[in-house]
Design a protein around this ligand. Structure first.
Ligand SMILES: [Zn+2]
Length: 425
């Protein structure tokens, strides 16, 4: 947690997160927790003798990455029901602390929670903010809201578990209002509601809608009244349209949207976080984890991904902010691999590396409503930045390689990186 008064990074390639051309031979001066100057070295200010100088030749300076669909409390489980059945709060919290540290080591200085067991992410957000533990700046979602027979209602009724670790089960407008109020009471910034199922749960598929529009609207009304956002887990077109009409701010997944849904999402300026890497990894690594080919076929993930690649491209063309965030925290897509999403955005959705980096930085900060403080490298903003060996515009995959992360800085403090500055400064 060492802090230096001033740090000058010089001679690097600058990508400031705003999407303009990169700047060769650029530098950045950090003073305290903020950026005091950034620009071409030719215009660099004189620095005081005690300033720590870092030579960034051959390296790129870019904003800290933002993961837009993070489950800090999911601990790389092999089966969806294990998320609550095998995750008591104490062990889950300890693992979440380790995942938060791993986020920083992976170059992620901020993140959007897409739901948590109990209210682990709320506690994590506050502990990180207070400097008690290391981790990404976080906005929290707390427990999910789900209908009876909805996606998270996967434990048999006869078991009489009464478990509410992962989700609050709510049916009907009044119960939905109460559930939203409970999530707000527990400290969330985002109220997450499960509107559709998903392909791996054959009892509650991606196209099935588990809530009425009125129920979702009640959740949105309560959240918005208290200045909170609503994110909806929705995959099929009908569930997406219903969610957007009801007023949600963020669509998690949105993979199977149709053209009408795309228009609606663009009109209402809703963020979309497809979380594609979860599905890509199931198909790629499923056999390693005992998923038979027959099971993989039944999930329809391959078809859903093919549709999603096209739909995400259409959404971006319609002006929608589509953000990387990959639902990490399962055995096949474990924590720490967050930057795989950036490769997916380039290779499958067809964004340029520069557009992908804007989505992973500036747009993330807009979703977090922190764009006045983070997301781009500009004078006066918090010094949340990375120093990476090589040029991610030439090969976006280098951001997955932790040995290339020379420096991860958050609020002017070195937090990780091969330069070892987090130990030295
Ligand atoms: Zn998720």
């Amino acid at each position: 947690m060492a802090r230096s008064s001033a740090i000058m990074i010089r001679n690097g390639l600058l990508i400031d997160g705003r999407g303009g051309p990169p700047v060769d031979d650029a530098g950045l001066l950090v003073s305290g927790e903020t950026i005091a100057w950034v620009g071409p070295m030719a215009r660099a200010p004189a620095v005081e003798p005690q300033t720590t100088v870092i030579d960034a030749a051959g390296k790129t300076i870019l904003p800290g990455l933002i993961e837009a669909h993070l489950h800090l409390s999911y601990r790389d489980v092999r089966d969806l029901p294990d998320l609550d059945l095998k995750c008591p709060p104490e062990e889950t919290t300890i693992r979440a602390v380790a995942h938060a540290r791993l986020c920083l080591e992976s170059g992620y200085t901020a993140a959007v929670s897409a739901g948590a067991l109990h209210r682990v992410d709320v506690a994590m957000r506050d502990a990180i903010r207070a400097g008690i533990i290391d981790g990404p700046r976080l906005i929290a979602a707390g427990r999910d809201i789900c209908a009876t027979a909805g996606m998270l209602d996967w434990n048999g009724s006869w078991l009489k578990l009464g478990m509410e670790g992962l989700g609050i089960f709510a049916d009907g407008i009044d119960a939905c209002r109460k559930a939203a109020r409970m999530v707000i009471k527990e400290g969330a910034d985002i109220v997450k509601v499960y509107v559709t199922g998903e392909g791996m749960l054959f009892e509650c598929t991606a196209e099935e809608v588990t809530y009425s529009e009125e129920e979702i609207r009640a959740i949105c009304e309560e959240a918005h009244r208290r200045g909170k956002r609503v994110s909806a887990h929705a995959r099929g077109a009908e569930g997406c349209k219903m969610s957007v009409r009801a007023g949600v701010d963020i669509l998690d997944h949105g993979t199977l949207v149709d053209d009408e849904a795309i228009d609606l999402i663009a009109q209402r300026n809703v963020f979309v976080v497809p979380a594609l890497n979860y599905q890509i990894a199931v198909l790629e690594r499923g056999p390693e984890f005992g998923f038979a080919q027959e099971f993989l076929d039944r999930t329809m993930y391959r078809q859903e991904l093919e549709a999603a690649y096209i739909n995400m491209r259409k959404l971006v063309h319609a002006g929608v902010r589509v953000l990387p965030g990959g639902d990490y925290g399962f055995a096949w897509c474990p924590h720490g691999e967050y930057a795989r999403d950036l490769q997916t955005f380039v290779e499958h959705i067809g964004l340029t590396p520069m557009q992908t980096l804007v989505a992973a930085t500036k747009w993330g900060s807009e979703l977090m409503r922190m764009d006045d403080r983070i997301g781009t490298l500009e004078r006066g903003k918090l010094a949340d930045l990375l120093l990476v060996d090589g040029n991610p515009l030439e090969d976006i995959r280098i951001l997955q390689d932790k040995t290339r992360l020379a420096l991860v800085m958050q609020g002017g403090q070195a937090k990780a990186g091969t330069l070892g500055l987090h130990h030295r400064l």
